[in-house]
Design a protein around this ligand. Structure first.
Ligand SMILES: [Zn+2]
Ligand SMILES: [Zn+2]
Length: 346
């Protein structure tokens, strides 16, 4: 089968003929119909992810059709249209028993702990408790765009930040995850402030539901600007980029008892940000992370999509084939892409 593969970190990324995945008893093989390209894939290629064993096939935001099911699979069959959260819990550890599959101690992540979905076929472990059936009316491209950035933003705002209607929410960074968060926060009834360094991205953010936008290159003090707009600071703030500056700004722009959620990955030289811990104490700020979402939480997200309140398909930038994707992956850090690029030709 065809797949995007690399043999060394930061080395060439090529499309090759590779071996078909092995079916496990508790797993399935999915014929990939669509798969999103994400900054996490770029981080993986850079060597920022300790789970990756070379040679490696990336790709973790996928949707497709089940080709084969393992002998232990009870809930799915060949031909089902499915997607999967980027973190699949084992179902047998303490975190999974507590319902927190998104932080499973033995988690399976296609494109990280195993070969991923930038391929004609992908194997998914622990499939019975992690696959999600796709509604008939939803395209594979849209379903693929949910599994990482969209569900992470959804959980960040709904479960971690517990955003209420009328609250101010700041979203730092308008890439795929930030734009998802803007759309979801708007649907939850929040007043959304979007911050980025690109005027184009900010205009797009506006069209997706940002009520106010701040171009960080055009103001002296981003935090002061946010505080002025929100009259004292936001109730909730997300660092949707993952950098020392955006993390610091996100915590600093909160009002008293505000909630910061870290969504953007902190990798490489951004890994250890400076936290204004004095303010965290004095203002009783909350700091939480958000890491994917359990498969069993998908129905509430699907209901919001089917009702038209949120439209993840608006985030799909362009669709490409495997060859084009190999190029896009290695150039990802140039921040050129609008929204989410999806591979749908293999
Ligand atoms: Zn991703
Ligand atoms: Zn587990």
């Amino acid at each position: 089968m065809k797949a995007i593969i690399y043999n060394s970190f930061k080395g060439p990324v090529t499309v090759e003929d590779v071996s078909y995945p092995q079916l496990k008893k508790d797993g399935v093989i999915i014929k990939v119909m669509a798969t999103g390209i994400c900054r996490s894939d770029w981080h993986g290629w850079q060597g920022h992810d300790a789970d990756i064993v070379l040679p490696h096939v990336p790709g973790h935001e996928l949707a497709g059709i089940i080709e084969e099911v393992g002998s232990d699979i009870k809930n799915f069959k060949k031909g089902d249209r499915v997607t999967v959260p980027f973190v699949s819990g084992c179902g047998r550890c303490g975190e999974c028993y507590s319902g927190n599959h998104q932080v499973c101690e033995n988690q399976f992540q296609p494109g990280f702990t195993a070969w991923g979905s930038f391929a004609e076929y992908v194997a998914i472990d622990y499939a019975d408790i992690n696959l999600v059936k796709i509604p008939d009316s939803m395209s594979f491209e849209t379903a693929a765009s949910l599994g990482c950035r969209f569900v992470t933003s959804f959980r960040a705002l709904v479960k971690q930040a517990k955003v209420s209607a009328g609250e101010w929410v700041a979203i730092h960074g308008c890439g795929g995850v930030g734009l998802s968060a803007i759309m979801i926060a708007n649907a939850l009834g929040a007043n959304v402030i979007a911050i980025d360094i690109s005027g184009d991205k900010l205009e797009f953010a506006k069209s997706l539901g940002a009520h106010q936008i701040i171009n960080a290159t055009k103001v002296d003090d981003v935090v002061a600007e946010i505080k002025a707009i929100s009259q004292g600071g936001t109730h909730v703030s997300l660092d949707a980029l993952g950098s020392k500056i955006t993390c610091h700004n996100s915590i600093s722009c909160l009002r008293i008892r505000g909630r910061h959620i870290q969504v953007g990955l902190m990798a490489g030289k951004e890994a250890s940000p400076e936290i204004p811990m004095g303010k965290v104490i004095a203002h009783e700020l909350e700091i939480k992370g958000s890491h994917g979402m359990q498969a069993y939480e998908y129905p509430s997200l699907m209901e919001m999509i089917l009702s038209g309140k949120i439209q993840p398909e608006k985030l799909i930038g362009k669709t490409v084939n495997l060859d084009e994707a190999a190029d896009i992956l290695i150039n990802m850090n140039n921040f050129q892409e609008h929204g989410v690029t999806v591979i749908n030709q293999f």
